[in-house]
Design a protein around this ligand. Structure first.
Ligand code: HSE
Length: 304
């Protein structure tokens, strides 16, 4: 029998204008995955702690799908037990599903001595995302695997660059999705002016990571013409909360990943105030779960 315990972080994808190409790892919350190669031929999935409604059927579970993809690509027959120990009070858009997929691929790589590159692990893990969002986007799983700020340089073939990011203070309001995925409602016809602005803001984000400038980072990430109009409209309090966060000195506010969670950046001195604004602002939303105070982080999936 072989086993490994893995810690795997929440991530926030898109980072404003970087739809499907940017993401960043957060210091908290994290889940744990306990992967056991128990000599059986079967894949079993167990969810412990805060089970939520996470499916345990292999084909419906992101970690299960990622494991199947790895075994298929490497022509392996391997049973295992995947125990997902949920600590994240998950909303949507916190990368919790990608975190489980990344953990299983990371664990199998170690236990089976596969020597996979980070890009190979990302490419396999992203197939797990099909179980949750219907699309094999790589941004969340890349940030889970590599930590830091990730930039998908190419989807075909998958090639991801990690940039070290300073520990920017983050307030994350976890809000459950009211619908499974909003991707289908997003229009890519944003017009020339908005397209130019979107590209300019992506460039500013990269520059702000390099110059460690949280104000510039926050300002650039607060506008997105692709996903924010659709996903922001699905959260009734979003515009109002965003206005209050910025008025209170927050550096930026945006939908986190595929929504409906909302993420804000601020100074360490301001984090309690921004958290209180978000808590109050979303209190009446039936899908609101909780507010996390955390930071961006350079740590990705790792042995616990
Ligand atoms: N880039 C993905 C999306 C992230 O926007 O749908 C999902 O969390």
């Amino acid at each position: 029998m072989k086993e490994i315990r893995i810690k795997t972080p929440a991530t926030s994808a898109n980072v404003g204008p970087g739809y499907d190409i940017f993401a960043m790892a957060l210091a908290d919350p994290c889940d744990e995955v306990h992967l056991i190669l128990d000599g059986s031929d079967e894949i079993k999935i167990e969810v412990e702690n805060d089970c939520q409604d996470i499916p345990t059927k292999v084909e419906d579970n992101v970690a299960g799908l990622a494991a199947l993809e790895l075994l298929k690509r490497h022509q392996l027959k391997q049973g295992m037990t995947i125990k997902i120990i949920k600590h994240m009070k998950s909303g949507g858009g916190m990368g919790t599903t990608g975190a489980s997929a990344a953990a299983v691929v990371y664990g199998l790589n170690k236990l089976l001595d596969l020597n996979l590159s980070e890009n190979e692990m990302i490419d396999i893990s992203r197939m797990g995302e099909v179980a949750s969002g219907g699309s094999p986007h790589a941004d969340n799983v890349a940030a889970s695997i590599m930590g830091g700020f990730v930039l998908v340089k190419s989807y075909d073939p998958i090639d991801v660059l990690k940039l070290d990011i300073p520990e920017f203070p983050v307030v994350l309001a976890a809000i459950k999705k009211s619908q499974r995925t909003t991707r289908g409602f997003i229009t890519y016809e944003i017009g020339q002016e908005k397209l130019k602005e979107q590209m300019a803001r992506c460039s500013r984000i990269i520059h702000a990571v390099h110059t460690k400038d949280i104000e510039e980072f926050g300002s650039a990430f607060s506008v997105d013409y692709i996903a924010e109009p659709v996903r922001g409209a699905a959260i009734p309090e979003y515009e109002e909360v965003k206005k209050h966060v910025i008025a209170a000195g927050g550096y930026g506010c945006q939908i986190s990943g595929g929504g409906s969670s909302v993420i804000a950046l601020c100074s360490p001195e301001n984090i309690d105030l921004i958290a209180a604004i978000m808590e109050k602002g979303f209190a009446d939303n039936p899908n609101f779960v909780k507010v996390y105070k955390t930071t961006t982080s350079n740590l990705g999936v790792r042995e616990a």
